[in-house]
Design a protein around this ligand. Structure first.
Ligand SMILES: [Cu+2]
Length: 272
């Protein structure tokens, strides 16, 4: 197996990525906490597996019928039942402590610097920047559509590296700021998923779910709708462009003017 793996890696270095079986570490403090938690629980499971299967295989081998082994009679042993209830219970409690700590952190969307309403549609996303008035009381908002050419989808031209993970208008957020997402949907259930931020929340019509992120490094981060939402579910990617704060401020102002002008609204003076 290993030989084939190496051979494949030598033949096609890009294929290595496809062989990754672990979850990605992501780029935020929370995504690292989630990864570390995942690894901790994984090793607890490995240890349990080694002990349980170790005892099992040892018993099968050393107390086999051909050796004349006679089964012990410990049916309805209260002592044993207490032990095999207490040990898993203790393990679960030990695992629940770090898990709860990470969950509490993930759910704490308070004190955000920027609030963005994310709406799922069949089949695109819209982003509304709360508090960024266009000049008529409405917030700056726009749609983000798939940008992959149809020719690539129908195999009429070669697929680019960001195939089905590219949009016309990305979500733009500043680096090193706490950004809160208010997530909902307009038609059916979608899910807003950006793996690098460890953000994955259902977008449900009539409900507003919260998630947040604070991305330290500027860059382009890609995600997808993670809830089967109909025919073009695979055609509504999420692209988040994280930029330095000053660049973000300039972008918001520019975008506000642009959207207001396109809609014939006289834009107000910069609010922030
Ligand atoms: Cu969807």
């Amino acid at each position: 197996m290993r030989v084939w793996y190496l051979l494949l890696a030598l033949m096609a270095p890009n294929a290595m990525a496809a062989w990754e079986v672990n979850m990605r570490q992501g780029v935020t403090e929370i995504s690292h906490a989630v990864y570390d938690l995942h690894m901790t629980i994984f090793w607890v499971c490995v240890a349990i597996g080694v002990v349980v299967f170790g005892v099992m295989f040892y018993s099968i081998y050393h107390h086999r019928k051909s050796r004349g082994a006679v089964s012990d009679d410990f049916h309805e042993s209260t002592k044993l039942e207490i032990v095999w209830t207490a040990i898993p219970f203790a393990i679960l409690v030990v695992m629940a402590i770090p898990a709860t700590q990470v969950l509490v952190q993930m759910y704490d969307a308070s004190d955000s610097d920027i609030d963005i309403k994310v709406m799922g549609y069949q089949w695109k996303w819209s982003y509304e920047y709360l508090g960024q008035d266009l000049g008529n009381g409405e917030n700056l908002a726009y749609f983000s559509n798939l940008a992959t050419p149809r020719q690539e989808v129908y195999n009429e031209s070669e697929k680019n590296p960001n195939y089905l993970l590219e949009v016309d208008e990305p979500l733009v957020i500043p680096a090193n700021k706490k950004v809160r997402f208010l997530i909902s949907a307009n038609d059916v259930i979608h899910a807003f998923w950006v793996p690098d931020f460890a953000v994955k929340k259902d977008a449900i019509p009539g409900f507003i779910n919260e998630a947040w992120t604070n991305v330290p490094e500027p860059g382009i981060y890609r995600g997808q709708c993670a809830e089967l939402c109909g025919e073009a579910h695979g055609y509504m990617p999420i692209v988040v462009k994280v930029v330095p704060e000053d660049e973000y401020v300039a972008w918001v102002e520019n975008k506000r003017q642009q959207v207001a002008a396109a809609r014939g609204i006289t834009p107000t003076v910069a609010s922030k």
